[in-house]
Design a protein around this ligand. Structure first.
Ligand SMILES: *Cc1c(COP(=O)(O)O)cnc(C)c1O
Length: 436
């Protein structure tokens, strides 16, 4: 395990504002008085920068391009709204997320409705709103058919999420080591063909797009290239007359902290490979299919930090434990063992004792480690620890376990404001939910 405490990411420009303004004891102490002894901070500038970087990388190479932000990665309403203002579509995978998109004022036509579970009412509502609906399983076709019969004069557009082999050199790269993804409609066993047959039987339904999202562990450029080719080839073969979009899903790497020591492809690397395929496949076409990308982690991971106050440092035999007002659930709910980049903001710097220590959380689980085996100045009571790169799959995964959820504040052009209050006991044990 490496020690990242003193690392400074000098190449990450827009972090500088956050660092200049917040990475001082007095600044954090001031925030603690208002928001509590642990909280998240969203760097709004960084978010805008990520959006523009992704958008420019693709749009400069293939102009007919759309970003659908993956809500599930982090659906703090303020963040979703900010991305919507920038032009992102909302990519949602449940009725709950769909309704949130409506609630923040998203144009329903700019909602991409994916996901394995859609009830009849959800599908009818989305079709009524003319949202972009991608069918994940065959059962959804029944609901579409019913709606088409109810509205015989309405032109209904749908997309199909496809499932095909994306192994690299014969080895599956699907996350968790599965041989195949469980999502989408399988090409090889005929499901795709029967879906098309069923849909073609309905007069007022058109299949206007294909979708292919695969969570791979490699996130390799090569997979995106193959995937884009495959989607284009199938689209041209089966739905060319109605084709409007090719959706390649999400899953690309964002800009990683140097401490991760992974040399990830850049947005330009992905865009170059994917857009080359699109430009080639549609070279001779007047109307070029819209390319849709659904970034989640790459859009938001580096836009949040989590600040937690040091409550105590204790020693068991000769092991140092630094207890903070936070939990592993706040920063890495999957509890992986890699340390996130983190920084200690010291109250006093005099005569600091040095050593190795673990940062541990408030839950009663033995495995509640926010960081392992750090070395350097030993944090002291009253210091603050800042964990970086905590924007993706954290806040949405933070279980209501043992303690209320912390506040979320945002920083934009040096202005700081609340975007979620610290939870109260009345909200935690909501009387509309629980019977007392
Ligand atoms: C989760 C998800 C995404 C986003 O994936 P990331 O790995 O966070 O980029 C995009 N599209 C769909 C359909 C998803 O389920």
């Amino acid at each position: 395990m490496k020690d990242f405490v003193s690392e400074i990411h000098q190449n990450e420009n827009s972090d500088i504002e956050l660092k200049n303004e917040l990475y001082h004891y007095n600044a954090l102490h001031g925030l603690e008085q208002k928001y509590g002894s642990s909280f998240y901070v969203l760097d709004v500038n960084k978010l805008r920068e990520n959006y523009h970087k992704i958008n420019n990388a693709f749009k400069s190479r293939y102009s007919n391009f759309i970003i659908g932000y993956s809500y599930k990665t982090n659906y703090v309403p303020y963040l979703c709204k900010e991305l919507s203002k920038l032009g992102a579509y909302a990519e949602v995978v449940s009725r709950l997320e769909y309704d949130l998109a409506i609630k923040i004022g998203e144009n329903p036509k700019k909602i991409i409705f994916n996901g394995p579970l859609k009830m009849k009412d959800d599908i009818h509502y989305a079709l009524e709103n003319e949202s972009i609906l991608n069918i994940d399983s065959l059962y959804e076709i029944e609901f579409i058919k019913e709606y088409a019969i109810l509205c015989p004069n309405k032109q209904i557009n749908v997309g199909l999420r496809l499932n095909f082999d994306v192994s690299e050199n014969g080895v599956s790269s699907i996350q968790e080591g599965y041989s195949r993804s469980r999502f989408g409609i399988c090409i090889e066993n005929g499901s795709f063909h029967s879906a098309l047959d069923e849909l073609h039987k309905i007069k007022n339904v058109r299949v206007v797009g294909l979708h292919g999202h695969f969570s791979t562990s490699t996130r390799s450029v090569e997979t995106y290239k193959l995937k884009t080719k495959k989607l284009c080839k199938i689209a041209k073969e089966y739905i060319l007359d109605s084709l409007e979009f090719i959706n390649i899903g999400g899953g690309i790497y964002g800009e990683l902290p140097k401490s991760f020591q992974i040399s990830a492809p850049t947005f330009d690397d992905y865009a170059e490979a994917i857009c080359e395929v699109m430009n080639h496949e549609f070279a001779t076409f007047d109307k070029k299919a819209t390319l849709v990308l659904e970034p989640g982690v790459s859009m938001v991971a580096n836009t949040f930090i989590f600040v937690a106050k040091v409550i105590e440092r204790k020693t068991v035999t000769d092991i140092n434990y630094v207890l903070v007002d936070g939990s592993v659930h706040n920063i890495k709910p999957t509890m992986h063992k890699n340390n996130l980049p983190c920084r200690v903001i010291q109250k006093k710097q005099l005569d600091q004792e040095k050593g190795t220590y673990h940062i541990v959380g408030y839950t009663c689980m033995e495995k509640d480690y926010l960081a392992h085996d750090l070395t350097g100045d030993l944090p002291q009571k009253g210091d603050y620890i800042i964990f970086e790169n905590v924007g993706a799959y954290t806040i949405v995964f933070n279980p209501p376990f043992i303690k209320e959820r912390p506040a979320i504040i945002a920083m934009d052009l040096k202005e700081i404001f609340l975007i979620r209050n610290k939870e109260t006991i009345n909200q935690f044990f909501n009387e509309e939910l629980y019977y007392f």
